[in-house]
Design a protein around this ligand. Structure first.
Ligand SMILES: Nc1ncnc2c1ncn2[C@@H]1O[C@H](COP(=O)(O)OP(=O)(O)O)[C@@H](O)[C@H]1O
Ligand SMILES: O=P(O)(O)OC[C@H]1O[C@](O)(COP(=O)(O)O)[C@@H](O)[C@@H]1O
Ligand SMILES: [Mg+2]
Length: 319
């Protein structure tokens, strides 16, 4: 293999830069030329790519976002768009491609592999919603950001004796809510994977007041419903004073944590090694403290669940 490309796609996440840097520097040690594709699949279709060297990926390991840019591309969802993208790669003599992105981006990568491109996926999304890996790049940083918000909201909730609802990201997945909620000592954590009733929540809040709790923290995954609506319902039903914070895209930014920089660097090294050794159509995941190779079809085809043990523990500890 003489020439490969690297791309970041879909929602950005802290650690994407660390992953690009590692792909480039590891590939160079094998004597492989590396090209960077700008702005996700949109840039691949527009033939917007540049050759990367060791210096071009300096001073980025500590930065959130992605210096290559990223995008959500509707055109790439069509076979015509995918063919145009594959043709551009082939015209440049690019033999292998490392795709850093979430479930959507990896689904797109699978399509490209059907058009003759050797692809390796790296799970890059704050949502931690990809099967075959314990953690995705960016998740740890996002959870720490959410935790910081919860800690601050706890101060003011406590001062006023309020019910504080915090809505976190995660699309249809509750990993951010569960992890930040458990670590932040939330009284109630709502995730799309576990059904709940608004009336039971009200009951629990009233009971906990009668048992001496002076304020409450509720963490709501965006996929579980609107924290704003729930806040209104709770105050109407119980008379408790509620406030709602939707922390949004703050969770997507910031310097990647140690865990995310290490994860990104390790997964990226393994991705390049797999290409050099002739393997493709896989995602590099991280299971039980080891890099693992999983078929890309499984990574995008199977559904990752939240850890029921963590959910149970969060409930026990919220008494
Ligand atoms: N089923 C699909 N087929 C082809 N391309 C897809 C598919 N799903 C997503 N993509 C491509 O990947 C991009 C990123 O996917 P998206 O779901 O928005 O983010 P993420 O990769 O972070 O989950 C989309 O904008 C689209 O170009
Ligand atoms: O940045 P956008 O386009 O507003 O999308 C917001 C969505 O992106 C995320 O931050 C990350 O999701 P993806 O990794 O699937 O892109 C979700 O948690 C959130 O629902
Ligand atoms: Mg996604």
């Amino acid at each position: 293999m003489k020439k490969i490309a690297v791309i970041t796609s879909g929602g950005d996440c802290p650690g994407m830069n660390a992953a690009i840097r590692a792909v480039v520097r590891v590939a160079l040690t094998y004597g492989i030329e590396v090209w960077g594709i700008r702005n996700g699949y949109a840039g691949m279709i527009a033939d917007d790519m540049t050759k990367l060297d060791s210096r071009s990926v300096g001073d980025i390991i500590q930065k959130g976002g992605t210096f290559l840019g990223t995008a959500r591309s509707e055109e790439f969802r069509t076979l015509k768009g995918q063919q145009k993208a594959a043709d551009n790669l082939q015209a440049h003599g690019i033999e292998g491609l490392v795709v850093i992105g979430g479930d959507g981006s990896l689904t797109g990568a699978k399509q490209l592999s059907g058009l003759g491109i050797k692809i390796i996926g790296l799970p890059g999304t704050i949502d931690n919603d990809i099967w075959g890996t314990d953690y995705t790049i960016g998740f740890d940083t996002a959870v720490n950001t959410a935790l910081d918000a919860i800690n601050k909201l706890r101060d003011t909730a406590s001062a006023h004796g309020r019910v504080m609802l915090v809505e976190v990201m995660g699309r249809a997945c509750g990993w951010i809510a569960l992890t930040a909620g458990l670590a932040g000592g939330a009284e109630i954590i709502l995730v799309p994977e576990q059904p709940f009733s608004s009336d039971n929540i009200c009951k629990k809040l009233v009971e906990s007041r009668s048992k001496g709790k002076k304020y409450s923290i509720i963490v709501v995954a965006e996929g579980a419903g609107s924290a704003m609506e729930l806040g209104k319902y709770i105050s109407a039903k119980t008379g408790l004073e509620t406030r709602v914070s939707v922390i949004g895209h703050i969770q997507r930014g910031g310097a990647p944590t140690v865990a995310d920089r290490l994860l990104a660097s390790r997964l990226a090294e393994r991705a390049v090694r797999a290409l050099v050794e002739g393997r493709s159509d896989i995602m590099i995941g991280y299971k039980n403290n080891q890099c693992v190779e999983v078929p890309i079809t499984d990574a995008v085809g199977k559904k990752k669940d939240i850890d029921p043990e963590l959910y149970r523990l969060a409930d026990v500890l919220s008494q």
